[in-house]
Design a binder for this molecule. Sequence first.
Ligand SMILES: Nc1ncnc2c1ncn2[C@@H]1O[C@H](COP(=O)(O)OP(=O)(O)O)[C@@H](O)[C@H]1O
Ligand SMILES: [Mg+2]
Length: 398
Amino acid sequence: MKIRVGVFFGGKSVEHEVSVISALQACRSLNTEKYDIIPIYITKNTEFYIGENIGKIEAYRNIPALLKESSRVIPVGNGGTVELLHYPMKKFGSNVAATIDVALPVVHGTNVEDGALQGYLQTLGIPYASCDVLSSAVGMDKYVMKCVFADNGIPVLPATVVNVKQFTREHDAVLELIESRTQYPVIVKPVNLGSSVGIRKAKDREALEEALDYAFTFAIKVLVENAVTELKEINCSVLGDYEEAEASECEEPIANDEILSYQDKYVGGTKSAGGKSGMASLKRKIPADITPEQREEVRTLAVKAFKALGCSGVARIDFMLDKATGKIYLNEINTIPGSLSFYLWEPVGVKYSELLDRMISLAFKRERENKSISFSFDTNILENASFGGSKGAKGAKS
Ligand SMILES: Nc1ncnc2c1ncn2[C@@H]1O[C@H](COP(=O)(O)OP(=O)(O)O)[C@@H](O)[C@H]1O
Ligand SMILES: [Mg+2]
């Protein structure tokens, strides 16, 4: 029997549309001899849909019409698989619309890539082909990830984190704190978004205030760090898990402006890219225009970062090379990279279908390893459980 793969995408995130593109690309590359593919679209209202046209990119030109002809389902765990039940339930006949053995989350951004969907899948008890809850969550927070990387000896730019309440209440003190710790020009970014949403560069105090106001329209927490003015960006993907991981070819994304923008990333330089090919449409150099030593440094740091976070499956790690000093900084990790970084694996001989095979195998590997851990600890504390007396109440977790 084929393995039934549920490809989850969409969700309540600013990168919703990009995820639709990434996921449907992946669906086209999964080996149909090995897998039955069930695309599962999560709407911005967090409803799950499956159906004939859910896997067709053209259908997303009119989402209300697509939903009308598709079936809303609710995932229910069933002993290691997940059944997708019609919702609302039908009065007669079977309510099982589909069953999946493994989930492939191809989601980007908050509420989905950040461990939320991973936690949901874990609670349902199904293997999933992505980073686990903790690495996904840490990988989504640009400040927390820096702390973990710095602790592992990976170079990152120091950052100052500010929340919106602090900024409103202690406006001047916050600006002074930032100015005491960084030098203009600075970069201001929401800690937990992606796709360059909410990011601005500030050359003076006035621009800093504006950039903070702007970033706070997208997030409650933002960070400020020194801008690398002579910047070369280099991205590298890693495939594997905590035990064994390898690095892909390096790419050099090319920005039209100082900051690599949403437009640069997805709308593409050419009209024919037309937003259809997701991250794969970005203007870029592959391999990156760097020395062999720099390439090795990036690839080594990428694997180290991947393992430091305990990632699994495929991730893309983005670096900044300061051309003025030659220093390389890790900028961020994307635990579910756009287009799953397939275009970085093809140059090192890994076809997209093989990349997906390996991600799915790693999901089953983690599942086997988790099964060997005991999740019950025999203490019989429930045997005489009661809230009857004061003693019972004291038995709560201490
Ligand atoms: N410290 C920095 N110096 C210069 N440019 C930066 C810096 N941080 C971010 N950028 C620019 O902004 C872009 C988006 O920032 P990034 O931290 O990668 O967030 P996102 O998750 O939105 O991709 C980068 O690709 C780069 O072009
Ligand atoms: Mg980035």
